[in-house]
Design a protein around this ligand. Structure first.
Ligand code: AMP
Ligand code: ZN
Length: 460
């Protein structure tokens, strides 16, 4: 099986060759845990879960390591903690916020059918590794200490006469243009406008840790260094795939590459850089001010997680996605049907017609088209293929039962009315049987008569 992936660095689809097929390694930037995750945040979770499943399918479950971090040190977390728990000491309040938000994130992504990554490292548990990388960077002349900060110098990186990548290569930005376009009001401790923070002082009461050598006061890390440290600890200096949303290419991933490559004198950090496109809602950018900001948590009240998952995968991961009610309704209908015909069937091997498009840079829309094709002729293979994609985690009865619960329809009452209708029909009282059918329809229940008897379901 040949897998081809689009690599943001080389701007082309390339055949995926792992560094070690017995230990395929992938890192994806995870959430900053300060609030409910929104449906845009669900996109990298679902997309890279499909890739994780596909890699396990190709290389074997025991041979793929997927790391997705949890960023639990950030100004937004501090602000939230101070706002929500004004009576508590800040550090305690922060712990409450990150614990609550972390738990909620797990509940959300579990419901979306995403497997837990192999490791979910927390930034606050990797401060030692961050300090170590920072000290290597200072020793190598790529970073410097100024006013209790440590700053990385992209200009020092690009001046180095070595096999390092150029700063700006990933995001295709020229450092010269960045220098020319730099703003004038640059923080006084920076030598150059393009320098970025590796370490900074903490304000009184804020979380703080012993600083890298050369700084007496305690401090805290910048955001970019966190991922370099966690990826290094769990995947090594050089690994296979690094992913995240397209908004992370610059500056976050550009800076991660700079830190890791300069600290370890490497030409590359990851061999493939993958980025998902952005999600918008009913053709508008999602934002709190527009009032169209939707959390995964809210959506899960109205829709099973697998409906959100299917809806996400109908669009190719690199294209922008327009999240609409209409499309959600269609996804729900499709899954209702697949559950009815395939959930209780012994799954066969995933079909080649589904796997092949996935091998071509995760072409999920084409894989879904192939699922529709299997619906008419190979239900066992439909079941196996759906499972490969992370669907059918429930039985058909559980799925239908949940729908009934969500709709507020009382199954016992429906059964009672159906029995009455059957009795009316057998005494040829069609007026009464039609009345009961209309009554059920008004409750949102559709019935189907066949030779085997009458079945019913909740119309969405
Ligand atoms: P954040 O918590 O903002 O750092 O985002 C966590 C992940 O969600 C990152 O990989 C982002 O790139 C991604 N992300 C954020 N907003 C969107 C969006 N509207 N569409 C797709 N991905 C997003
Ligand atoms: Zn990151």
């Amino acid at each position: 099986m040949e897998l081809r992936l689009y690599d943001t660095l080389s701007r082309e689809k390339r055949t995926f060759v792992p560094l070690d097929p017995n230990n395929v390694r992938m890192y994806v930037c995870g959430p900053t845990v300060y609030d409910f995750a929104h449906i845009g945040n669900a996109r990298p979770v679902i997309v890279f879960d499909v890739l994780f499943r596909l890699l396990r399918h190709i290389y074997g479950e025991a041979h793929v390591k997927y790391v997705r971090n949890i960023t639990d040190v950030d100004d937004k977390i501090n602000d939230r903690a101070a706002r929500d728990f004004p009576g508590l000491p800040l550090n305690e309040a922060i712990r409450k916020v990150t614990e609550q938000t972390g738990r909620q994130f797990h509940a959300d992504v579990d419901a979306l059918g995403a497997l837990r990554p192999s490791v979910e490292p927390r930034a606050t548990e990797h401060i030692g590794e961050m300090r170590e990388i920072i000290e290597k960077l200072v020793a190598g002349g790529f970073a410097y200490v100024a006013e209790d900060h440590v700053l990385f110098s992209p200009q020092a990186m690009n001046a180095a006469n070595s096999a390092l990548p150029r700063y700006g290569a990933l995001s295709k930005r020229s450092l010269d243009e960045m220098i020319a376009g730099a703003r004038v009001d640059v923080a006084p401790y920076k030598r150059d406008a393009t320098d970025f923070v590796l370490w900074k002082p903490s304000k009184p009461g804020e979380p703080s840790w012993p600083s890298p050598s050369g700084i007496k006061a305690e401090g805290r890390p910048g955001w970019h260094i966190e991922c370099s440290a966690m990826a290094w600890k769990h995947l090594g200096e050089h690994f296979d795939i690094h992913g995240g949303g397209i908004d992370l290419v610059f500056p976050h991933h550009e800076n991660e590459v700079a830190q890791t490559c300069c600290a370890f004198h490497r030409e590359r950090m990851a061999n493939y850089w993958m980025h998902n496109g952005f999600l918008q809602v009913e053709s508008e950018k999602m934002s709190k001010s527009l009032g169209n900001f939707i959390t995964i948590h809210e959506l899960l009240r109205d829709w099973p997680g697998e409906v959100l998952r299917l809806n996400m995968l109908k669009t190719h991961y690199r294209s922008p996605i327009d999240w609409t009610m209409k499309s959600l309704e269609e996804s729900a209908k499709t899954l209702d049907d697949w559950y009815r015909v395939a959930a209780d069937v012994a799954p066969g091997e995933p079909a080649a017609s589904v796997v092949e498009p996935l091998l071509d840079d995760l072409n999920t829309p084409q894989a879904i088209a192939a699922l529709h094709g299997l619906r008419g002729n190979d239900i066992a293979s439909l079941a196996g293929s759906l499972r490969l994609l992370g669907f059918l985690s429930e039985s058909a009865a559980q799925w239908e039962g949940r729908k009934q619960q969500a709709s507020g329809v009382d199954a016992k009452e429906v059964e009672r009315l159906l029995a009455e209708r059957t009795a009316a029909r057998s005494r040829k009282d069609f007026g009464e049987s039609d009345r009961i059918r209309d009554l059920l329809a008004a409750m949102g229940v559709t019935i189907k008569d066949s030779k085997e008897g009458t079945t019913w379901e909740i119309a969405r």
